[in-house]
Design a protein around this ligand. Structure first.
Ligand SMILES: [Zn+2]
Length: 384
C-alpha cells in the first residue's frame, strides 16, 4: 500500500506514495476534512482542481445524519457525495469522547447520548468498523479511546489498554473491498505510554499508523513530544498519520519528524471567520486595512480566489455576509495547505528540504488566536 521513495538526510522527512483502489496519493499529503460529507463551502470539482487527492469523512456524524440506511441506499459514501477519489473515515472514537455526553464506557465500546438530540447510542470497535464498511471508505480507522490532554497517567494507561484491545477487535471485523485499516496510537505526551501503545498496536499489523490524542488543546511543545515519542516505534515502510493537525508551520515541522499524512479543519474553519492563511501567517481579510487593497490575498498564489479577486472585494463580501466571500477564503486556505505539502514533496525530492524548512518556519508568524482555534477544533467540534 505504501512505497517509501526518498528520505531527507537532514531530518526524518520522507517522500512516499500510498496506493488505493481509487487513486494514488503522494505523501506528505494534506487531507481536507469533509466531516458531514462535504468539505465546508467547497465542491468536488474545486477540491480536485486545487490538487486534493483524498478527503476525510466522519463515522460519528454521518451515522447520526443522514444515517447509514441512506448512505447504503446511495451505494456508499463516494456515490452519495459524488467524490471519486479516496476517502479516509475516522472511527468516531474521538467524537464520542469529546462531543457526546453521559457516556458509560463498557468492555466493547461506549454508550453515549447523541450531541444532537440526546438519543442513546452505542459505538464500539464492531459498530465503528461496520459503519465504515458501509460508508465504503478507502482507509478506515480503528475505534480508540482518546483521553483529554488533562488526563492523569492512570487515565492515559486505561485509555491505552482499551485502545489496544479495541484495535484487536477492529482487526477482526469485515472490511469493504479494497479497504485499508489504520491503527491509532494514544499515550498523551508521555514517552513511556507512547512507546508501549505504539509497540502493541504495531504488533497487530495494520496497513498504516496514526498518532491520536494530539490537537486536543495541549501546548505545541507537548504535541511535538507526543509525535517524537511515537515515530521511532512505527515501521518505516508504512504510512504515518498525525490526526487533526495543524498550522502550515506545524505541518512542516511534523513532516520533519517523519509524518506523512495530515487532516485539519483549520483552512475552512478560519475562512469562516474571515481569516486567510499566507506564507507569513494569518491575515484578517475582514479588517479595515484591506478596504482599498487591490492585491490578491497572497501575491503569487495560483488559487482561483487570488487569480480573480482583490482583498478589497473579498473584504466587502465578508462584511455584507455574501456566501462567495467565505467560499473564496475556503478556496484560498485549502489551496494554501495543499501547496505547502506539494512544496515539501518537491523539496524532499530535490534534497533541499532543510533550506525550505528553515525559511518557511522562519517566515511564518504563528497567530495565538489561530493556535487557540486549533486547540478547540475537536473539543468543540459539533459544528465540524
Ligand atoms: Zn490564493
Amino acid at each position: 500500500m505504501f512505497e517509501l521513495l526518498k528520505t531527507d538526510p537532514s531530518s526524518k522527512a520522507r517522500l512516499g506514495r500510498v496506493t488505493t483502489t481509487r487513486g494514488v496519493i503522494d505523501t506528505p499529503v494534506f487531507m481536507p476534512v469533509g466531516t458531514q460529507g462535504s468539505v465546508k463551502a467547497l465542491d468536488p470539482r474545486e477540491l480536485q482542481e486545487m490538487g486534493t487527492k483524498i478527503i476525510l469523512g466522519n463515522t460519528y456524524h454521518l451515522n447520526i445524519r443522514p444515517g447509514l440506511d441512506i448512505i447504503r441506499d446511495a451505494g456508499g459514501l463516494h456515490r452519495f457525495i459524488n467524490w471519486p477519489l479516496p476517502i479516509l473515515t475516522d472511527s468516531g472514537g474521538f467524537q464520542v469522547f469529546s462531543l457526546a455526553s453521559i457516556r458509560k464506557i463498557k468492555a466493547h465500546g461506549v454508550e453515549f447520548r447523541s450531541h444532537l438530540d440526546g438519543n442513546l447510542l452505542f459505538l464500539g470497535p464492531k459498530e465503528a468498523m461496520e459503519i465504515q464498511r458501509v460508508l465504503g471508505s478507502d482507509i478506515a480507522m480503528v475505534f480508540d479511546d482518546c483521553p483529554p490532554h488533562t488526563a492523569t497517567v492512570r487515565e492515559v494507561k486505561e485509555a491505552i489498554e482499551r485502545t489496544v484491545r479495541w484495535a484487536g477487535e477492529c482487526r477482526e471485523q469485515p472490511r469493504a473491498p479494497g479497504q485499508s485499516v489504520f491503527g491509532i496510537i494514544q499515550g498523551g505526551s508521555h514517552a513511556e505510554q507512547r512507546e508501549e501503545c505504539a509497540k502493541a498496536i504495531v504488533a497487530l499489523n495494520f496497513d498504516g499508523y496514526a498518532i491520536g490524542g494530539v490537537s486536543v488543546g495541549e501546548p505545541e511543545t507537548e504535541m511535538m513530544k507526543a509525535v517524537e515519542h511515537t515515530v521511532p516505534f512505527l515501521p518505516e515502510n508504512q504510512p504515518r498519520y498525525a490526526m487533526g493537525l495543524g498550522t502550515p508551520a506545524q505541518l512542516v515541522e511534523l513532516v520533519a519528524r517523519g509524518i506523512d499524512m495530515f487532516d485539519c479543519v483549520l483552512p475552512t474553519r478560519v475562512a469562516r471567520n474571515g481569516t486567510a492563511f499566507t506564507a507569513k501567517g494569518t491575515v484578517s481579510i475582514k479588517a479595515g486595512f484591506n478596504k482599498s487593497d487591490w492585491r490578491p490575498i497572497e501575491e503569487g498564489c495560483e488559487c482561483f480566489a487570488c487569480r480573480n479577486f482583490s482583498r478589497a472585494y473579498l473584504r466587502h463580501l465578508l462584511n455584507v455576509e455574501e456566501i462567495l466571500g467565505l467560499r473564496m477564503l475556503s478556496v484560498h486556505n485549502s489551496h494554501m495547505f495543499l501547496k505547502v505539502m506539494a512544496d515539501m514533496r518537491a523539496h524532499i525530492a530535490a534534497g533541499t528540504f532543510a533550506e525550505f524548512r528553515r525559511e518557511f518556519v522562519g517566515n511564518y508568524i504563528p497567530s495565538e488566536r489561530v493556535l487557540a482555534t486549533r486547540g478547540q477544533t475537536k473539543v468543540r467540534g459539533a459544528d465540524e
